[in-house]
Design a protein around this ligand. Structure first.
Ligand code: IPM
Ligand code: MG
Length: 372
């Protein structure tokens, strides 16, 4: 029997190709795993009205970890139009499977390392090394939303909130509400994870991102908890920044940032920005990590226009596989893999189109595997 059971979730478009690329590399490492395919993606939405079917949820309950490629997402109305005729007009609503997966399995840490590998022609500057901890289950992604707004809710808000007075006479179908919900538990555990990481990996500083000057309830709570948690880590410096200022400062001086922790949506934003500093989405690996399960995926989407062309850069996926190895405790293999990636980047002989090269996804994966 294999040592690990890994759910294999290629999803849509280039997700399939980058997953194949990572398989090539994992096999070269002799990673002892049984890969179990899971259905997920756009075709299951169209055919079954669910892009993340129950059987896949069941599978995830039984594995040690999962690798996930990418998924095509469309806005709610466009998605409804693509359902097979039998499923039309059943009131089915499309919700992003990855967001559901994070919430279903309480994968509360979204870990996104952004490292400028030496010699990458796409680096903003050499030497950047920022690790992002994004809260992954709540905040603006709580899914508590109203469009139209029911009368009971507007009546209640009128009685409870003074600023709501500005909206109270607007008809329910003329506005929408998305709730940002941050819990003490949800905030504390992600902030603690960031500090623990800093401590374990010899990092000096944790920067807390928020907008507490305006979004006082939720971001105020996040910042308040961060200050409490920081007291338990006297060796680690803490500073904080408003999300807007943060986007400027990180461009001005990326070397001032070490570990960064942010609520869900701000973490989403800051992780794309930071990914661009180290080569863009082709290098942006990520882990969705809970206490029992972790799912590793590149931050990029399914890129339909490149689908089937064997063209995109598989490094984001391959580095996500490296994160999986580390999380499973296979750190020797993880380190070997990262070194292979770093060497291929630094040598510069094999480069995909994003790096202004001519090599294919498969050629890049083979070049990395050849270094192992
Ligand atoms: C990400 C993506 C997802 C998110 C989308 C695809 C739902 O942007 O993983 O950063 O918003 O979390
Ligand atoms: Mg994102």
């Amino acid at each position: 029997m294999a040592k690990y059971k890994i759910a294999w979730l290629p999803g849509d478009g280039v997700g399939v190709e980058v997953m194949d690329a990572s398989k090539l590399v994992l096999d070269k490492l002799n990673f002892d795993a049984e890969y179990i395919h899971g259905d997920i993606g756009w075709e299951y939405w169209c055919k079954e009205g669910d892009a993340f079917p129950d059987r896949t949820i069941e599978l995830l309950g039984k594995v040690d970890a999962a690798l996930f490629g990418a998924i095509t997402s469309k806005p709610v109305k466009a998605a409804a139009n693509e359902l097979i005729p039998e499923l039309q007009n059943k009131g089915l609503t499309y919700r992003s499977p990855i967001v559901r997966m994070r919430q279903t399995f309480d994968l509360y840490t979204c870990l996104r390392p952004c490292k400028a590998y030496q010699g990458n022609p796409l680096n903003y500057k050499e030497g950047i090394d920022i690790v992002i901890f994004r809260e992954n289950t709540e905040g603006m992604y709580s899914g508590v939303e109203f469009n139209p707004v029911p009368k009971e809710l507007s009546d209640l808000l009128t009685s409870l909130s003074k600023p709501f007075g500005a909206f109270k006479d607007i008809p329910g179908d003329e506005y929408a509400i998305s709730c940002k919900i941050n819990t003490r538990k949800g905030s504390e555990r992600i902030i603690r994870a960031a500090f623990e990481y800093a401590k374990n990996f010899g990092r000096k500083k944790v920067t807390v991102v928020h907008k507490a000057n305006v979004v006082r309830a939720t971001d105020g709570l996040f910042l308040e908890i961060a200050k409490e948690v920081a007291k338990d880590f006297p060796g680690i410096k803490m500073d904080d920044a408003n999300i807007d200022a943060m986007t400027m400062w990180i461009l001005k001086d990326p070397f001032n940032y070490d570990v960064v922790v942010a609520p869900n949506l701000f973490g989403d934003i800051i992780s794309d920005l930071s990914a661009q500093l180290v080569g863009g989405l082709g290098f942006a690996c990520s882990g969705n990590i809970g206490n029992k399960l972790a799912v590793f995926e590149p931050s990029h989407g399914s890129a339909p226009k490149y689908s089937g062309l064997d063209k995109v850069n598989p490094i984001a996926m391959i580095l996500s596989a490296k994160m999986m190895l580390d999380w499973l405790g296979e750190t020797e293999k993880g380190t070997l893999l990262e070194k292979a990636v770093a060497d291929v980047i630094n040598e510069g002989k094999v480069r995909t189109y994003d790096m202004k090269g001519i090599n294919t996804t498969t050629e890049m994966a083979k070049a990395i595997a050849d270094k192992i």
